[in-house]
Design a protein around this ligand. Structure first.
Ligand code: 0RQ
Length: 505
């Protein structure tokens, strides 16, 4: 309904989604809003997929480059990937159709740290951004934009795009207005200045996006809910991982490295392990915890409800249908405890380091020396992307990577002699956790690390072979600082490819 568009000039630009996408041409770079399942433009992306599909069916090689915040709504990702008209995709996806085309080499996928996206686009590494498509909750009388359920890179897209299509979604609760902090102080070197955010709830920007009305070529109205994340149920494995993490926090408090009541700002990825850790925190001794993360999940709303968490800063919601419903119904309460920021701020190395964030992210596999692969199955096939894990892991006060010790019913060991792709080097990884235990690698040289990783984290079925590997590597002449048997380092992976299991039997 047009009461979300309070500015007269913008009202004159209202068109249908089909008309709006006529502004998008073959070869364009299109930057859309959206981060996780929140804030993806709905009507315009559907119309764009249809435009690409129809053009290609008519023999036109219509294709665009697609830039986003992170993953976008899975429906949208799939719809666009299925057109075969996405030439390049950046910076993160988590959807099977897109993933398959990336792995077939049909989509060029550029997998970079989420905090780097805005600056690289400003630098021009992706050429001009021809069109931005940004979902907003409304347009104020003075022509400012009320952000949606994610901020992601929307500020940057609005600043750099030649043409802007706004999708005004009246489904977004009006009470979300004021729950965003849009910082306009970032610049390219040598003009950078300190970002004066010293607590998770600091407001350093403004509640609304600014936009140059001259560049807004179309305004499309919608009323459609965000797609929702599936809640992955906790199980014995995720509960065991969570228990190790919570024990470790107690240990760090005792050692005087973490404040007793509040710990330090938490960051955690999406999924059942993260949910299990969050659930465990509510039964612990903590009050007034904070989060400095990139997404807010269901577990976080629960912790805010019961006072365990005082404040959560992020760039997007990633909620289940129930979680989203709860947010919408209680938006005035949650707005006092939540801020959404641009992802260049939610993931900013300077701030993550200053706040002392506790970074907890998932991984595919780690090697015995602590190098972590988050992205490439068997070193070659893209899973999702590095996302924000590197932003938080390298700069965090504590860098933790969590995973079950095996995958595919035990056929894959998550602890291997050498990872065939490295997203997080041993220098960035402090703590590894599986359901078997927790390996604290701080202060350990490689030859100690390997023993601790095998003993604490590897599944018992794989421990003997890993120990045998490391013993023989250390026994070779000139074994070096980080002993390896180069001819065998990928033996686990090769065996899996040949036999379908990493097991020797
Ligand atoms: O495959 O889906 O076919 O069953 O990987 O594995 O155990 O469910 O773990 O959902 O936490 O994902 C690294 C992918 C882990 C994720 C990764 C297979 C396994 C399963 C999923 P199926 P699990 P998770 C925070 C910051 C990078 C981005 C990031 C990720 C599937 O955590 O994308 O951290 N991280 N962003 O079978 C082959 C192995 C495997 C394996 C698991 N060693 N080899 N396959 N799998 N281990 C994100 C945000 O905040 C937005």
């Amino acid at each position: 309904s047009t009461d979300r568009i309070r500015n007269r000039e913008f009202r004159k630009k209202i068109v249908s989604a089909e008309e709006a996408v006529r502004h998008i041409h073959r070869g364009d770079t299109v930057a859309i809003s959206g981060f996780a399942s929140a804030g993806t433009p709905k009507a315009v992306t559907c119309a764009l997929a249809e435009r690409i599909r129809a053009a290609r069916a008519a023999g036109d090689e219509f294709a665009v480059d697609l830039l986003t915040g992170a993953s976008v709504s899975a429906d949208t990702e799939r719809l666009l990937a299925e057109t075969d008209g996405i030439a390049l995709r950046m910076p993160y996806q988590a959807e099977p159709t897109a993933r398959a085309r990336i792995n077939d080499g049909r989509i060029d996928y550029v997998d970079i740290h989420l905090s780097h996206v805005a600056q690289q686009v400003w630098e021009g590494c992706y050429g001009n951004v021809d069109v931005a498509v940004v979902e907003v909750a409304g347009i104020t009388e003075s022509g400012e934009l009320i952000p949606a359920t994610s901020v992601g890179n929307s500020k940057t897209w609005l600043d750099v795009a030649e043409k802007i299509i706004l999708e005004v979604n009246s489904w977004i609760p009006e009470g979300l207005a004021g729950g965003h902090d849009i910082y306009y102080g970032t610049a390219l070197p040598p003009h950078r200045t300190p970002i004066l955010l010293t607590d998770v709830d600091d407001r350093i920007g403004q509640p609304f996006f600014r936009v140059d009305p001259e560049r807004v070529v179309a305004v499309v109205e919608t009323e459609s809910p965000d797609t929702t994340a599936k809640l992955t149920p906790q199980d014995a494995t995720s509960d065991a991982i969570a228990t190790h993490v919570l024990d470790f926090f107690r240990h760090e408090v005792q050692a005087g490295r973490l404040p007793a009541d509040t710990l330090l700002p938490l960051q955690s990825g999406i999924g059942n392990v993260a949910n299990a850790v969050l659930a465990g925190l509510s039964s612990g001794p903590y009050r007034g915890l904070t989060c400095y993360s990139e997404v807010i999940q269901d577990g976080m709303l629960q912790l805010i409800d019961d006072g365990t968490v005082r404040f959560a800063s992020s760039t997007a919601f990633a909620l289940s249908a129930e979680g989203l419903d709860k947010l919408v119904r209680n938006i005035d309460f949650y707005r006092e405890h939540i801020l959404l920021r641009p992802q260049e701020i939610s993931n900013h190395p300077e701030i993550v380091r200053r706040l002392g964030v506790i970074a907890m992210n998932g991984m595919l596999e780690a090697d015995i020396y602590g190098n972590v692969n988050s992205t490439h199955v068997m070193g070659t096939r893209m899973m999702n992307g590095i996302g924000g894990s590197g932003d938080f892991a390298r700069n965090g006060y504590l860098s933790m990577f969590l995973s079950p010790s095996t995958a595919r019913n035990g056929a894959i060991s998550s602890i291997v002699p050498m990872v065939p792709h490295i997203d997080h080097t041993e220098h960035d990884v402090q703590i590894l956790v599986t359901e078997q235990g927790l390996a604290d690698l701080r202060g350990l040289a490689p030859r100690r690390r390997s023993r601790v990783v095998i003993e604490k984290c590897a599944h018992p079925d794989y421990r003997a072979e890993l120990t045998d590997y490391v013993e023989r590597a250390e026994a070779t002449e000139g074994a070096g600082h980080t002993p390896h048997l180069l001819g065998e380092a990928f033996g686990f992976h090769q065996r899996f490819q040949q036999t379908g299991t990493m097991h020797a039997r």
